[in-house]
Design a protein around this ligand. Sequence first.
Ligand SMILES: [Zn+2]
Ligand SMILES: [Zn+2]
Length: 349
Amino acid sequence: MAATDRMRAMAVVDYARPLERLDLPRPSPSTGEVLVRVLYCGVCYSDVKTVTGRMAFSAHLRLPHVAGHEISGEIAAVGPGVALPVGQRVVVYNYWGCGACRACRAGQENLCAALRGWVGFTTPGGFQEYLVVPASHVLPLPPTVPPERAAALSCATGTAYRAVVTRGQVRPGETALVIGAGGVGLHAVQLARAAGARVLAVDVDARKLEAARAHGAAATALAEGAAAWVRRLTDGAGAEVVLDCAGRAESLALASEVVAPGGRVVLVGYTVGERYPIPSAETMMAEISYLGSRYVLRHELARAIQLVADGVIQPVVDSVLDLEEANLALARLHDEGAAGRIVLKVAAG
Ligand SMILES: [Zn+2]
Ligand SMILES: [Zn+2]
């Protein structure tokens, strides 16, 4: 490690301009905290929205801001009272709940009303070399999982885990339709398959559908005409679970059109301001459940990491770029999307 108290960062200085390379002071851990050296950081579509000012909190966010919330790193130093070993590879859990609000007390840190930290969103993220994290909010990374792959764990794999397992409750023999086979979607495909479902995937991009088939989708289709296609493959019944990883009016329209009676629609992608009317008669008569699914809880993320360590699912990395190429990564994600995570190499040797 270089003997310096500065670190490289790619930061938002203005929502209308590309990220700028800044030299920022390296933070140091206080009691109960660890200093994480960021090895790799995944780039998520949420980062595109954050750096261009399209999040609900954007108007109030103080700039410059460092985005990035798919952090794979190692413990570089620990604050007083922390027993974790320096050098331990970790994944950062992004929501640092207040511990006191109603949601936190109910064990739903992902719904905390007063987050102490929301990594990369409202507090500093991983597009920089170091980050201070509460020791309770790093999860150990098994040595068999390469750190660049772990940069698709915290958000892409974790979010998909909660959507498929906890909220969607995908069961063996069911048909699960995944709409949007990007970062979260490709992991939802794998998890639904691992849960024993027959997985169908829809996207607007043939490349992502190819990746979906490579990761366990039984059949895939382009979005155009997808409703008739799902009905044909399910003998008219529809899909028991629809995982909407796109969060657009079009994807919600497709979901409500093809969900089977008694089925669940899990909203895991979202677009601020986007709306789609829920058909009241069909929803009531067929007992359709519409469920939101937000990020993942720590114990769920630990299980997702275990599934990766056991080889049941595989974090999908599209490509690895340097930290200084963050603007290129964001532009590619915005313009073309990616079949898996685009990952930035941050402090890795
Ligand atoms: Zn994300
Ligand atoms: Zn709270």
